[in-house]
Design a protein around this ligand. Structure first.
Ligand code: RIB
Ligand code: CA
Length: 315
């Protein structure tokens, strides 16, 4: 089977971490590198978390640190959801690899240049690194097969009432990505708020008994603490949608839409605005996931966690 070369770019973050556990277990993927971005926590914390997740799942690939601030504006973090470390909860192994001495966009560019074929970028945090790559290396656009990102929402927000966290942090970055001409798959709140994992389901993961499955269940334990206070009965698996949309499109429904990013609204900055009614006479720039088969999604999650052995490596 010809594997899909991918770069994992994110701000771990509990759901980023679960997305990376899944990506590492999916045989179709050839993970070329990890790039970190500030978002759920500061860049130092998300980078340390990325290095620890890599050690946990036996993923020995370069890890490079992104910018400590968004392209414009100030950094917003989400300690209320992810804790002071950005990945509070279960103990993680010490990192095995140091972070690279090149930046995240530079590692992305290096991977694209060295790859024989176009590479997929899976972005599960603010798209600051992806935008920086596109600005610094426009000639490499043709080496990007597609950008599958988690962020935005066609009709709702979760950080403000109309804007989703990743895009609130860096709306300019997503605007650059949306206008790049690169194929884009968007897993926004329209689908990720339906990608819920209920306690009885993550108990099935805990019961698998391998070290990775036990840590994943521990991440759910922590992640649910704040979500319960907001009235959620299940954990919103936002970031794993951006991974699964690439290899299991059959469990999603998509709409091709022309979507813009609000950057100037005093109260609406970060909103992702679809041209539902074709008023703009523009070609669609984003393939947006709008529905998901939740039960199928959870089955894939459990199967991915089952793929790890006693030592944390893949079976
Ligand atoms: O709004 C959810 C998104 O913000 C997820 O990517 C989560 O990890 C946080 O980054
Ligand atoms: Ca994230």
């Amino acid at each position: 089977m010809k594997k899909i070369p991918i770069i994992l770019d994110g701000d771990p973050g509990h759901d980023d971490a679960i997305a990376w556990v899944m990506a590492n277990a999916i045989k179709e993927f050839d993970i070329k590198g990890i790039t970190t971005v500030a978002g759920n926590q500061t860049i130092e914390k998300t980078t340390l978390n990325a290095r620890r997740i890599s050690a946990l799942i036996g993923l020995d690939v370069p890890v490079a640190k992104g910018s400590d601030i968004p392209l414009l504006g100030n950094l917003v973090t989400a300690a209320n959801f992810h804790g002071e470390s950005g990945l509070d909860g279960p103990e993680l192994p010490e990192p095995i690899r140091e972070a690279e001495d090149i930046s995240a966009p530079e590692l992305m560019a290096k991977i694209l240049k060295e790859s024989d074929e176009p590479v997929v970028i899976v972005s599960t945090g603010p798209t600051t690194n992806v935008a920086s790559l596109l600005l610094a290396n426009p000639e490499l656009k043709e080496k990007i097969k597609c950008i599958s990102f988690m962020g935005g929402g066609l009709r709702t927000g979760n950080w403000t009432s109309c804007a989703e966290f990743n895009i609130v942090v860096d709306p300019e970055a997503l605007d650059i990505v949306f206008n790049s001409g690169v194929p884009i798959i968007m897993s926004g709140l329209d689908v990720t708020e339906k990608a819920l994992c209920y306690p009885e389901e993550y108990e099935q993961i805990r019961a698998l008994g391998n070290p990775v499955a036990e840590v994943v269940a521990g991440w759910f334990d922590f992640f649910m603490k704040h979500l319960r206070t907001l009235g959620y009965r299940g954990a919103t698996l936002h970031d794993p949608c951006a991974v699964l949309a690439l290899v299991r499109p059959d469990i999603f429904k998509f709409k091709d839409l022309y979507v813009e990013v609000e950057r100037c609204g005093h109260y609406t900055r970060g909103a992702t605005i679809p041209d539902y009614y074709g008023q703009k006479n523009k070609k669609p720039n984003v393939k947006v996931a709008v529905e998901i088969n939740r039960e199928e999604f959870i089955q894939v999650l459990i199967d991915c966690c089952r793929a790890y052995n006693e030592e944390g490596g893949k079976i």
